[in-house]
Design a protein around this ligand. Structure first.
Ligand code: AMP
Length: 592
C-alpha cells in the first residue's frame, strides 16, 4: 500500500486524513489499520510514540463506532494527561467530518465538573488516564458495560508509573467480550504478563525491531572525563546550531543545575522536573513546544508528558542502565519518519553499566569522537554563510546607501571582501576554538580552554548613578566601545558620581582610548585604572563568553523569528556582563 487513500476507510475519514496531509501511511498504520478493519481479535502492537500509532488505532475505531448508540463504545487508556489530551485532539481532527461523533478526554490535574458534564451528556469514545477513569467509574459517571474496544496506549509507561492496579480494576468493569488493543514501545515482562492476563490469542504486530528502536535514529556515545561532561554537552550544541533536543539527567537537582549552567552560558535552555509546579511545567513545555526553548533539560518522569515530534537530538547526560529507558528516551527523536540523533555522554566509571545496557538493547551504540574546535568552527561558519545566502535584502531600505559602500570597498577583490566579511563575524570565534583540546577520555591533560585565566584591572569612570547609570547600562556602554567582542567583565560598583568596573587587563590601553573617543548620553567620559587587579577569574569554557557572543550575533543574522533577534540583542552586552547577570532561575522565565 503506498497511499492513505488506498485504505478501505469511509470517505469522511479519508477526507480528514487528506486535510492533515497524511498521504502515505506509516509502517505501523500500514500494518494495523487494514488488520483492525477486518479482525476482532486482540492485538499487541509494538510501536513507539511518533510512529503514527494514534492514527493506526484511531481511524479503525472511528470507522467502527456506531454513531446512533450514544454510550461509551471505546475506552482508550494512556499514562499522562498530555498524551490523553493529544489523543483526544487527534481523534477530533480525524473525525472532523463526523459531526455527531463524540469523544472526550478525562485526566487528573483538571477540574472534574467539566469532564463529568461531558460524560453525562453522552460520548462514544473516552480517552483517559487510569486514575481519573477510576474516579469516574467509582462515582458511577463513567459506565463501561457496553465497551467493545479497550485500548492500552503506552502500556509499558502506564505500568512504569504504577497504574497496574487501576488497569486491573478498570478492566474488571468492561465486558469480557471485547477487543483489547495494547500499544507499547517496549515489551518488558510486566507488559507481557498484563497481556497474558487480559488478552486472548492476541495477534502481534511490530513496527520495527522492538528492542532496537527506529532505524532513522543514529545512536552514538562520547567517552569523556567526568569533569568534561558538561563541556562535551556544549560542544554537541555548538556543533548543531539548529539543535532542538532534550537532555536527560538523573536528578531534579542535576537537571536544574545543567539548565542553569546552559542558560548562564548563553544557550537557549530550560529545566523540566518534578520540583516545578504544574503551572511552571506547562509553561516550560509550551515554550519548548513552540521552540522558544531549544534545549530542554529533563528527568525521565517529567519528560513523560511531553509530546514533541521534530526533536533533532536526545542527549543522555546521565546514561540509562535500563534498555527500555534508553529506547523511550531515544524514541523521542526520529519521529514521524524524520531523522534523529541519540547521544550518550559517559565517563570511565559508567562504561561497564553502559556496555551491559547496550548488550541487552541488542544494538550497537557507536563510540564517536567529541567534535573538535575545527569541526565546530566549520559547522558554525557554514551555518552563518547559509544564513547570509538566505537573508532577504531590503533593497528599498539600503539601496540609497550602497553606492557609497561600493565605492569605499572598490579596492578589494571579491575574495578579499568575502574574507573580511567572514572575519568580522569569525575572528574571535576562530581564535577561541583553534586551541581547544580534545575531550575524549584518552589523555589525562585538562582541556586548555579551561585553564586560561584572566587578569582584571579596575577602571574608574566619571559616570555614576547621578547620570542614570546602572550596571546593565554600564555593561552595554562597555560593549559598545567595541574594544574586543565579549570582553570579560568582573565586579561592578556604581556610586553616585562615579563607577568602578573590572575589565580584562589585557585591553587596558584599548579601553582607555575607546573611552576617550566615546561619550555616554552626550557626556564625556574619563577613565583611569585605579588599583591593581582585585581578583582573577577563570576563562569561560567553549560556548561561554566569546562564543556566546558569536552565537548571539549569529542568531541575529540568521534568526527569522523575532524572539531570536530579541534574545540576541538582549544578550549582546557581552560575555562577562551577560554571565554576571544572566537569570539563574529556579523556575522558568516568562516568555517575553
Ligand atoms: P503519533 O505516533 O500518533 O504520536 O504520531 C506522530 C506524528 O505523526 C503526529 O504528529 C501525527 O500527526 C503524524 N502522522 C501520523 N500519521 C501520519 C501519516 N500517515 N503521514 C504523516 N504524518 C503522520
Amino acid at each position: 500500500m503506498t497511499k492513505f487513500t488506498d485504505i478501505a476507510l469511509p470517505g469522511p475519514l479519508l477526507h480528514a486524513a487528506a486535510d492533515l496531509n497524511y498521504e502515505t501511511p506509516t509502517t505501523i498504520q500500514e500494518q494495523v489499520i487494514p488488520w483492525l478493519l477486518e479482525n476482532e481479535q486482540d492485538l499487541i502492537a509494538l510501536a513507539q510514540t511518533g510512529t503514527g500509532k494514534t492514527a493506526a488505532f484511531g481511524f479503525p475505531i472511528l470507522s467502527q463506532t456506531d454513531i446512533e448508540k450514544l454510550y461509551v463504545q471505546t475506552i482508550i487508556l494512556c499514562p499522562t494527561r498530555q498524551l490523553c489530551i493529544q489523543i483526544a485532539k487527534d481523534l477530533e481532527s480525524y473525525s472532523k467530518y463526523m459531526p455527531r461523533l463524540k469523544t472526550t478526554a478525562v485526566y487528573g490535574g483538571a477540574a472534574m465538573y467539566k469532564q463529568k458534564d461531558a460524560l453525562k451528556s453522552g460520548v462514544h469514545i473516552v480517552v483517559g488516564t487510569p486514575g481519573r477513569v477510576m474516579d469516574f467509574i467509582r462515582q458511577k459517571v463513567l459506565k463501561l458495560e457496553h465497551v467493545n474496544r479497550l485500548v492500552l496506549d503506552e502500556a509499558d509507561e502506564m505500568l512504569n508509573m504504577g497504574f497496574k492496579e487501576d488497569l486491573f480494576e478498570i478492566m474488571s468493569h468492561t465486558p469480557a467480550e471485547k477487543q483489547t488493543l495494547l500499544f507499547s514501545a517496549t515489551m518488558p515482562r510486566e507488559v507481557a504478563n498484563l497481556a497474558k492476563t487480559f488478552m486472548k490469542n492476541a495477534f502481534q504486530i511490530s513496527a520495527g525491531n522492538q528492542n532496537q528502536g527506529a532505524d532513522n535514529i543514529k545512536h552514538f556515545y562520547y567517552k569523556v572525563h567526568a569533569r568534561d561532561k558538561y563541556l562535551a554537552l556544549k560542544r554537541i550544541a555548538d556543533m548543531s546550531p539548529t539543535i532542538y533536543g532534550i537532555i536527560f539527567c538523573r536528578t531534579r537537582t542535576e537537571t536544574q543545575e545543567i539548565a542553569d549552567k546552559l542558560q548562564h552560558d548563553g544557550y537557549n535552555a530550560d529545566a523540566l522536573h518534578g520540583d516545578l509546579s504544574q503551572g511552571q511545567r506547562e509553561l516550560v513545555m509550551s515554550r519548548f513546544r513552540s521552540k522558544f526553548v531549544q534545549l530542554l533539560v529533563a528527568t525521565d518522569v517529567a519528560a513523560r508528558g511531553l509530546d514533541v515530534d521534530d526533536l533533532t537530538h536526545i542527549i543522555n547526560f546521565e546514561p540509562p542502565t535500563d534498555p527500555d529507558v534508553y529506547i523511550h528516551r531515544s524514541g523521542r527523536t526520529g519521529r514521524a519518519g524524520k531523522k534523529g540523533i541519540s547521544i550518550t555522554i559517559i565517563h570511565a566509571r559508567e562504561i561497564t553499566a553502559f556496555k551491559a545496557m547496550e548488550k541487552r538493547l541488542g544494538r550497537e551504540i557507536v563510540l564517536t569522537k567529541v567534535p573538535g574546535g575545527r569541526e565546530i568552527c566549520e559547522k558554525q561558519l557554514f551555518h552563518f554563510i547559509d544564513g547570509v545566502e538566505r537573508i532577504e535584502v531590503d533593497n528599498e531600505q539600503i539601496d540609497s546607501f550602497m553606492p557609497n559602500v561600493y565605492k569605499k570597498l572598490s579596492w578589494l577583490t571579491r575574495e578579499e571582501l568575502i574574507q573580511r566579511f567572514v572575519s568580522v563575524e569569525f575572528n574571535r570565534f576562530l581564535n577561541y576554538y583553534k586551541d581547544i583540546s580534545d575531550l575524549d577520555a584518552v589523555s589525562e591533560t585538562r582541556p586548555r580552554d579551561e585553564k586560561r585565566v584572566y587578569s582584571f584591572k579596575t577602571f574608574k569612570l566619571n559616570i555614576g548613578a547621578s547620570a542614570q547609570l546602572t550596571k546593565r547600562e554600564l555593561m552595554r556602554y562597555i560593549n559598545q566601545l567595541k574594544v574586543t567582542r565579549g570582553i570579560e567583565i568582573g565586579q561592578i560598583d556604581i556610586y553616585n558620581d562615579h563607577s568602578l568596573i573590572e575589565l580584562d587587563g589585557e585591553f587596558e590601553e584599548k579601553i582607555l582610548k575607546a573611552v576617550a573617543r566615546n561619550s555616554y548620553r552626550g557626556m564625556n567620559v574619563t577613565a583611569t585604572v585605579v588599583e591593581p587587579a582585585r581578583r582573577t577569574k577563570r576563562a569561560p569554557a567553549p560556548s561561554q563568553g566569546r562564543e556566546r557572543s558569536f552565537e548571539n550575533k549569529e542568531r541575529s543574522y540568521v534568526g527569522n523569528k523575532e524572539r531570536s533577534y530579541k534574545k540576541s540583542s538582549e544578550n549582546s552586552s557581552g560575555a562577562g556582563s551577560y554571565k554576571k547577570f544572566a537569570p539563574r532561575t529556579k523556575s522558568p522565565k516568562k516568555p517575553s
